[in-house]
Design a protein around this ligand. Sequence first.
Ligand code: SAH
Length: 282
Amino acid sequence: MPHRASKAKTANRLVLLGGEGVREAGSVWLVGAGPGDPELLTLKAFRVLATADVVVHDGLVSDEILDLAPASARRISVAKRKSRHSYAQGEINRMLVAFALEGLTVVRLKGGDPFIFGRGGEELEACREAGVACYVVPGVTAALAAAADAGAPLTHRGAAQAVTFVTGHAAAGAEPDLDWTSLAKANHTVVIYMGLSTAPGIAQRLMDAGRAGATPALIVENASRADERRVVTDLAGLAAAAAGISGPALLIVGEAMALARAGTAEIVQSLEARGLERGVGS
Ligand code: SAH
């Protein structure tokens, strides 16, 4: 099999001595697939994906990226779906461990970076507890792609000395328990993941804690994808702007967002105009 050759280069491989003789130990690779654009995959992610026996992936990972795994690799979606059984985190952990114990190379493919709101830490712990080798390949987290496409830096001299990534999601649809006083400090960029439905409460809390309603804000939906959409607003207008958006999106609040450009995926369009291969869905 073609993927055996690069698999053999994997460092620190273990050998299990089983009843049938010597068997190679499997491993779990937590791989960041980036925000959507396949060109934002790392070369390491690309290489590791090509060695997979099994790919366990989220809903945010596009078919185009999944196609980089060998045709023979088994693909398992653990995407959250309303219509059918969703996998609990414990089931995913057990699945990864079980495949690795069978001697397989398991690629756990996640949107963005595995360690930014990706529950990669829980999967790593499960592997460690089971004595399964687990490696992490970082990915471009959505915030980095969103800021790049908007032309608005997350840190900027004089306007943003710090950036904080927070989750807007807490159990049972409640607002997260965050340090609003610290997040409301000026010259600080706050990036909110999973914050569309809680945007009204989050914006209000930031303003109550002293962040000006006129602080520039940006919403980026489908960052780095062909259907990307960016809405430029301010903190006072954030909730109303978020109400019109349904896809995966980030809310970004901070003075440096004054540089953000609204619009759609013109980077994609300009690449296409220059005849560069893209191939991300229409
Ligand atoms: N591990 C991922 C985040 C997973 S949490 C990462 O590092 O990017 C899922 C949330 O990420 C979504 O609700 C959304 O807020 C954000 N997200 C993921 N992909 C995105 C994209 N292409 N554009 C905008 N937001 C995205």
